[in-house]
Design a protein around this ligand. Structure first.
Ligand SMILES: NC(=O)c1ccc[n+]([C@@H]2O[C@H](COP(=O)([O-])OP(=O)(O)OC[C@H]3O[C@@H](n4cnc5c(N)ncnc54)[C@H](OP(=O)(O)O)[C@@H]3O)[C@@H](O)[C@H]2O)c1
Length: 311
């Protein structure tokens, strides 16, 4: 069976994706930065670890030689820390330098890699205008805000692999809903105390995707040779912040919750510049991946939450 080299494979999406891909019969090499973790042996016999060091420009030659496909998820967490100038630099460079290193390795090292799938984000797009009923399509220009500029640099830094005659797919990921970690866990936190915290006026649209659909989408792109270029990785039914919060609270607490609005100015004080993203309305269109033949297991947020909240 073919081998997939996975970067950022220890993160929220990567941890899930490793198991999904090995379940489908693939061997997975997880490229990791942490040297102590490299000494550990994964429990799953179809997973191995290999090392890379982005700052030193090092990448394990054998891992590159064995890979048939690469999935690149690496990047410092966008919502993990306040956006100081230092953190912003880390967010950008952890992505651009890792993409540059992958492209360089594919140029200089012997390899048989056929496809590279690289993550980007719907942070590419700006705020919904008055006329965004059908949602942003992949040809919309990048926003001028921090995430728009970051995604633009991120995508540009992986594009050189196309010149090496490799098939490149870039996935602009929506907010990924998973059982553990990520945005959904943040939404659930106030609900443990009985509050459904609606952010700002709650009308902002969230374009999201269930982690199972995202993993299926990665595999779909690997296995379909006609796919290349940029794809929005979002479900067909985006949801407003208010609707998501209330549906989640109903599922978790039945009737026993109090909806509260967290005003925008409080979010600005709490989160600084990152509050732009929390308050931003981004309706993103998934027609391109649907036209490629992909079908969603969880097109609606009701079904997705029901599945993810199952014990
Ligand atoms: N989750 C979402 O809702 C969402 C939405 C849009 C886009 N994305 C993008 O999808 C990718 C994966 O998301 P995720 O939620 O799984 O992220 P995550 O949990 O933060 O994991 C990202 C992984 O990237 C690696 N990493 C962390 N800091 C790094 C640095 N400074 N330099 C290089 N690599 C670093 C780490 O792997 P190692 O320690 O093993 O190297 C980490 O496990 C990210 O690039 C993210 O921006 C995610």
């Amino acid at each position: 069976m073919a081998t997939i080299l996975l970067t950022g494979g220890t993160g929220m999406i990567g941890t899930y994706l490793q198991q999904y891909l090995t379940g489908k019969g693939y061997d997975v090499i997880v490229l990791i930065r942490d040297k102590t973790r490299l000494q550990q042996k994964p429990i799953n016999p179809k997973i191995t670890y290999a090392g890379w060091n982005i700052d030193d420009g090092f990448i394990d030659k054998n891992a590159i030689a064995k890979a048939d496909y690469i999935i690149n998820l690496a990047g410092a967490g966008v919502a993990d820390k306040r956006w100081t100038n230092k953190r912003k630099k880390e967010i950008v460079e952890s992505r651009t330098k890792s993409c540059e290193l992958i492209a360089q390795a594919l140029k200089e090292m012997t390899n048989q890699v056929k496809v590279v799938i690289s993550a980007s984000a719907i942070g590419w797009y700006g705020n919904d205008g008055d006329n965004n009923k059908t949602g942003f399509t992949e040809d919309a220009p990048a926003a001028n805000d921090f995430l728009g500029v970051t995604c633009n640099q991120w995508e540009n830094s992986i594009k050189p692999v196309e010149k090496l005659y490799k098939r490149l797919c870039i996935f602009r990921l929506g907010i990924v809903f998973s059982k553990s970690g990520g945005a959904l866990e943040e939404f659930k936190k106030p609900m443990k105390r009985g509050f459904a915290a609606i952010l700002g006026n709650g009308k902002q649209v969230i374009s999201w995707i269930h982690i199972d659909d995202l993993c299926r989408m990665f595999l779909f792109a690997l296995e379909h040779e006609n796919m290349k270029g940029v794809y929005n990785a979002v479900s067909p039914k985006p949801v407003t912040n208010k609707s998501l919060t209330i549906q989640l609270a109903k599922q978790l607490r039945n009737k026993f919750f109090i909806p509260v609005h967290v005003p925008s100015f409080i979010l600005k004080i709490m989160l600084g510049e990152m509050s732009i993203e929390v308050l931003k309305s981004a309706t993103v269109n998934c027609d391109k991946i649907k036209k490629a033949g992909f079908t969603f297991l969880y097109p609606s947020v009701e079904a997705a939450l029901e599945n993810l909240n199952k014990k």
